[in-house]
Design a protein around this ligand. Sequence first.
Ligand SMILES: Nc1ncnc2c1ncn2[C@@H]1O[C@H](COP(=O)(O)OP(=O)(O)OP(=O)(O)O)[C@@H](O)[C@H]1O
Length: 250
Amino acid sequence: MEVLGLDFRYDNGYKVFNNINIKVERGKFAAIVGPSGVGKSTLLRLFGAFLKPESGTVLLHGKPVLRPTPLISMVHQSIVTFPWMTAEENVMLSLKTKNIPKDECKELASKALEMVGLQGFENLYPKEMSGGMRQRVSVARSLAAEPKVLLMDEPFAHLDELTAEGLRQDIYNILFNPESPLECVIMVSHNLTEVVELSDTVFVLNNSPATVVGQIDIEMPRPRNSRDPVFDNYLDTLYRLLTKKKGGTR
Ligand SMILES: Nc1ncnc2c1ncn2[C@@H]1O[C@H](COP(=O)(O)OP(=O)(O)OP(=O)(O)O)[C@@H](O)[C@H]1O
């Protein structure tokens, strides 16, 4: 998946991006970081074709993505589950538009729930689940339609730290398990530790209009230990790119 020469401005004239080029290879977990308000969520929405660029293109398998497609799915920051539906019904919702027979929908939903570690909990309602379980349901819903690309906007932000840590430890294996047709993940996060823990590549956005000011490949075996000095070096590099202002200091 890639974006080429992307420019974007909102209807009120505010120019968010100037010539963004990002390529995420098959099998890779990519993260987008940047100061608050730089345009991270906007960029995810452009990746999913939920917004239209002023110029430039979004490509999947080399073909332009001109409108939202089930091949690209989004997990939102706020945990969106419908309280009156069971875990299984919440997941089946994402398959509604696909014209799939009910039995097959149930099978896909059950497979997705199993992938996120919720087998046996299909009939629970959201109020009977922890925050972490609800976020797993959101992830299962995004995976059920078997997308090629998963976009995640701060997926751990509304979880308490312990729950977030548990889900973070699982998420890479959930997403890139051998049965999953998923090809890549693009996550927005402001939590640099989380980013170094999970990503293969980090794209750093900065300035206004924003550009990509750095691309860092994280070459550490998984699971990654945040106490490893190499981990700290990556954090320092990202921090430096995030705090550097255009033109440097005089
Ligand atoms: N619908 C909109 N119309 C006009 N401007 C908008 C709109 N949505 C966002 N913006 C502006 O565009 C810029 C980028 O917003 P965006 O939410 O993408 O940033 P972000 O990097 O994700 O921020 P944060 O880290 O705080 O979540 C911000 O300055 C924001 O105020």
